[in-house]
Design a protein around this ligand. Structure first.
Ligand SMILES: NC(=O)c1ccc[n+]([C@@H]2O[C@H](COP(=O)([O-])OP(=O)(O)OC[C@H]3O[C@@H](n4cnc5c(N)ncnc54)[C@H](O)[C@@H]3O)[C@@H](O)[C@H]2O)c1
Length: 233
């Protein structure tokens, strides 16, 4: 018996990193997982910043599986750019995936959830919204938006049986991070954590699985920080 038996879940950004770990964990807990990503190799190729893609994602999921119980928004771009090098094009690029993408998936996914009177939405934020980490101002703003949107949506969807929460990981070893300058921060960040080791994607997935489960039904509008005790909510 898994905590997600008979549930249908969409996970975005599921080709690698935290998204892949979340998709694997939800499947291990019994869910049927529709793994989507802008990269090929997942169940469905979707660009979360494109409205038609997201609409199709929800329609095909419900068409094939009859319902949509769980949405986990993991897809995002994690940049590394000093603030004075962020031009408006770059600002919009980050916002369109990280924040617009979260709006679009929530907008379309809540329709079948509302009809069913049941739903779980988990949006991945980041502990940088608490720490104000440098070289990430546009990203920090986008993730702050994700968190604030989560809180507002929880109020409006609560009466329909839908919970909306955020998980805020700290610096975590993933393909994306290892290919970026963020990888240089591991030693420093480790010193700031209560648990002094490198986080891996499997450290984050259980927090998501819990919030995606039926038993988390009394928890909504919350930010669950999973960062080894680096920051405090
Ligand atoms: N790894 C970290 O240190 C860390 C820390 C805090 C928060 N996060 C958040 O966790 C999530 C996953 O991070 P990660 O490190 O695994 O990232 P990653 O870069 O390794 O993976 C991100 C995935 O999202 C996909 N993606 C990007 N743009 C997309 C789009 N427009 N449509 C659909 N898919 C798209 C990518 O193809 C990729 O598979 C992100 O939301 C990130 O902001 C990560």
């Amino acid at each position: 018996m898994g905590k997600l038996d008979n549930r249908v879940a969409v996970v975005t950004g599921a080709a690698q990193g935290i998204g892949k770990a979340v998709a694997d964990k939800l499947e291990a807990e019994g869910a049927t997982v529709v793994a989507v990503d802008i990269q090929s190799g997942t169940t469905m190729q979707v660009d979360v910043s494109q409205e038609q893609d997201v609409k199709r994602m929800v329609e095909e999921t419900v068409g094939e599986h009859g319902k949509l119980d769980v949405l986990v928004n993991v897809a995002a771009i994690v940049p590394f750019t000093p603030w004075d090098e962020v031009d408006f094009t770059e600002w919009r690029r980050i916002m369109s995936v990280n924040l617009d993408g979260t709006f679009l998936t929530c907008y379309y996914a809540q329709k079948p959830m509302r009809k069913a009177g049941y739903g779980r939405i988990v949006n991945i934020a980041s502990n940088v919204i608490l720490a104000g980490t440098p070289n990430l101002a546009h990203y920090v703003a986008s993730k702050g938006g994700v968190w604030a949107f989560t809180r507002a949506l929880a109020r409006e969807l609560g009466p329909h049986g839908i919970t909306v929460n955020s998980v805020a990981p700290g610096l975590t070893e993933t393909e994306g991070v290892l290919a970026s300058k963020h990888a240089e921060a591991f030693d420093f960040v480790q010193m700031l954590q209560a648990i002094p080791r490198r986080a891996v994607a499997d450290d984050i997935a259980p927090a998501v699985a819990f919030l995606a489960s039926e038993e988390a039904g009394w928890i909504t509008g919350q930010l669950l920080v999973a960062d080894g005790g680096h920051t405090h909510n």
